[in-house]
Write a protein that binds this ligand. Structure first.
Ligand code: ADP
Ligand code: F6P
Length: 323
């Protein structure tokens, strides 16, 4: 191996920079040249490469986002788009690419790998929904940001005996919402994976007040059928019957832009190191992640054909702890 490239793709995640830094420095230590690709797969199509030395990745680990830039790139979903990307990779004498991103980006990594180009994926998304890694880069930081907001809302909710609704990110996956509800001590959680009747939520909140709670807090994932907007509307339209309003806070992209926690810096570093180690062993077509506390390599074919399920026991636990 002489020259490799690294890119970040999909929704940015705090800790991506630590992964890029680790790929660059461990790659250099192995005697390779390392190039960065600007703005994810878009940069492969646009022939947008930059040479990265050890100093170029200095001071980036503590920064949120990604210094390489990220993008959604629909053209990469077409064989013609990927063929163009491979043409540019060959022109640059690049022998392998490290793709740091979420499940969509890993589908892109797999598609590239199936066209014969060596790729190693690195599991990175605040959603923590990538099969092949128990935890993904960025999730811990996003969770901590959500918790800070929840803790503050509970203070004012308690002072006024109010009911609050906090919407967190997660279009298809409710893991962030569920963990925020458990660690934030919410009274209810609403996620895309489970149908929720808003009247049942209202009953749960009334019950919480009856048990003597000074506040009622619901965490909802943005992709749930009743997201913040839908739920607040339902409560508003049925105020007389349900008995109270819900005040809404939508956290949105605030969760994605934080300074990476120590956990995400270390996870990004571990997975960046694992990615170059894979390539040094001649291994590609895999995703590096953490399984049972150990770095692991899972075939991308397996990653893209499996969904990471939510553990139903966690949903049960959330109910019990909201007692
Ligand atoms: P994330 O990686 O955060 O899940 P996306 O789902 O938006 O983000 O995917 C990021 C990019 O990955 C897409 O814009 C596209 O370029 C690429 N991609 C996603 N799915 C595929 C696919 N099936 N084949 C090829 N490329 C894909
Ligand atoms: O996949 C990460 C994520 O932040 C999801 O939680 C969210 O649904 C989505 O990206 C938002 O995407 P965008 O930044 O394109 O609006």
């Amino acid at each position: 191996m002489k020259r490799i490239a690294v890119l970040t793709s999909g929704g940015d995640a705090p800790g991506m920079n630590a992964a890029v830094r680790a790929v660059v420095r461990t790659g250099l230590a192995k005697g390779w040249e390392v190039l960065g690709v600007k703005h994810g797969f878009t940069g492969l199509l646009a022939d947008s490469f930059v040479s990265l030395g050890a100093r170029d990745v200095g001071g980036i680990m503590q920064r949120g986002g990604t210094v390489l830039g990220s993008a959604r790139c629909p053209e990469f979903k077409t064989p013609e788009g990927r063929a163009e990307a491979i043409r540019h990779l060959h022109q640059q004498d690049i022998e392998a690419v490290v793709v740091v991103g979420g499940d969509g980006s890993q589908a892109g990594a797999h598609a590239l790998s199936q066209m014969g180009f060596p790729v190693v994926g690195v599991a990175s998304t605040i959603d923590n929904d990538v099969h092949g890694s128990d935890v993904t880069i960025g999730f811990d930081t996003a969770l901590n940001i959500a918790l800070e907001a929840i803790d503050r809302l509970k203070v004012t909710a308690s002072s006024h005996h109010r009911a609050f609704l906090v919407e967190v990110m997660g279009r298809k996956c409710g893991y962030l919402a569920l963990m925020a509800a458990i660690a934030g001590g919410a009274e209810a959680v609403i996620i895309p994976e489970r149908e929720t009747d808003p009247d049942v939520v209202a009953a749960e909140l009334r019950e919480a007040y009856r048990r003597g709670k000074p506040h009622a807090l619901v965490v909802v994932a943005e992709g749930a059928r009743y997201n913040a907007e839908g739920l607040a509307r339902h409560f508003r339209e049925n105020r007389e019957r349900l008995g109270f309003d819900l005040r809404v806070t939508t956290l949105g992209h605030v969760q994605r832009g934080g300074t990476p926690t120590a956990f995400d810096r270390l996870l990004g570093t571990r997975l960046g190191v694992a990615a170059t180690d894979c390539l040094a062993r001649g291994e590609s077509g895999v995703l590096v992640g953490v399984l049972k506390d150990k770095t692991s390599a899972t075939p991308l074919a397996e990653v893209v054909t499996n969904k990471k399920p939510l553990d139903p026991r966690l949903l049960e636990l959330e109910r019990v702890l909201a007692m």
